[in-house]
Design a protein around this ligand. Structure first.
Ligand code: SAH
Length: 244
C-alpha cells in the first residue's frame, strides 16, 4: 500500500506525459509536503484517474497510470482543529475508513492541546492500520500540525467549506450538490470551544464557505467524521455521478 503524497490536478495541466505544476502546487509539494526533485507523488484528476508522477522542478513526469477501486473520486482534505486528549486518534481512524485523502491537524485560537512530535508518528500508524482494514489503495497523508491561519494560506482547492455550529448556513449536503468538476475539496472543523469570529472571518476571506452539519451541536471529534460521511455519500451516489 502506497504512502505517497497526493495532489489534485486539472486536465489542462496535462501535456503529453508531463504535468505543468501551478505555483501553488509547487509550493505545496516542496514547502508543505517537503518533496525534493526526483521524489514521487500521486496526481489525481478528480474523475477517477490517478498517475504516479516524479517531481522535476516546475513540472512532473508521469511514470505510470494507477488503478484504484476503493478511493473516492475527489481528493478530500480535512482541516481539523485538534481536539483535547486523544480525540484526534478517532478522527484519523474513522476518516481514513471513510476515504479522506489528506488530514491537516490545525492549532486554532481555542485549541487546548499543544501537539507533541510523537503524536504525528502515532497518527500515521493509526492511518496505516485503518487504511489496511478498509482495503484502501492509499494511506492518507497526515500533515504536521500548523496554525489555522497558516493552513488557510496553503489551501489550493476550488471548493472549501468551514463547518460552523451556530448561525444559519446551508447544510454541507446542499453545498456539495453544487460542486461540478473539481478534483479537490477542503473541509475545516473547529475545536471544542468552536471557531472564534476572527477565524471564521479569515476563512471566509480566504474563500471558505460556512456550512452547517445539522441542528445539533456535534463534538469536535464527531464533526469531521459526519462531514466526511456526508461528502463521501454524495460523491459515491448515482445522482452525483450522473450530474457530473
Ligand atoms: N462549543 C461550540 C461548538 C463547538 S463544536 C459552540 O457551542 O458553539 C466543534 C466544531 O464542530 C465546531 O467548531 C464546528 O466546526 C463543528 N460542528 C459541530 N456541530 C456542528 C453543526 N451542527 N454544524 C456545523 N458544524 C458543527
Amino acid at each position: 500500500m502506497s504512502q505517497l503524497q497526493r495532489i489534485a490536478i486539472a486536465p489542462s495541466q496535462l501535456q503529453q506525459e508531463q504535468i505543468l505544476l501551478t505555483k501553488e502546487q509547487q509550493h505545496y509539494l516542496e514547502r508543505v509536503l517537503r518533496l525534493r526533485e526526483g521524489d514521487r507523488f500521486i496526481a489525481i484528476n478528480g474523475k477517477g484517474k490517478w498517475w504516479l508522477a516524479q517531481l522535476e522542478g516546475e513540472k512532473a513526469q508521469i511514470l505510470e497510470s494507477l488503478t484504484v477501486e476503493t478511493e473516492l473520486p475527489i481528493s478530500i482534505t480535512l482541516m481539523v482543529a485538534l481536539p483535547k486528549g486523544n480525540g484526534f486518534d478517532d478522527v484519523v481512524r474513522c476518516c481514513t475508513e471513510l476515504g479522506v485523502a489528506v488530514i491537516a491537524p490545525v492549532v486554532s485560537d481555542r485549541t487546548l492541546l499543544d501537539p507533541s512530535p510523537q503524536k504525528l508518528q502515532r497518527w500515521l500508524r493509526i492511518a496505516q492500520e485503518a487504511a489496511e482494514q478498509s482495503e484502501r489503495s492509499f494511506v492518507p497523508t497526515i500533515l504536521e500540525p500548523i496554525s489555522f491561519s497558516a493552513s488557510l494560506a496553503t489551501g489550493t482547492a476550488n471548493y472549501c467549506y468551514i463547518c460552523e455550529a451556530r448561525g444559519s448556513y446551508p447544510h454541507l449536503t446542499e453545498a456539495i450538490n453544487q460542486v461540478s468538476t473539481t478534483s479537490e475539496i477542503i473541509i475545516a472543523t473547529g475545536p471544542e470551544g468552536g471557531w472564534t469570529d476572527k477565524e471564521l472571518k479569515y476563512a471566509i476571506d480566504a474563500g471558505f464557505q460556512p456550512v452547517s452539519l445539522g441542528r445539533r451541536i456535534l463534538r469536535a471529534v464527531t464533526a469531521p467524521i459526519v462531514a466526511l460521511s456526508v461528502v463521501a455519500a454524495q460523491l459515491e451516489s448515482v445522482a452525483f455521478n450522473c450530474a457530473n
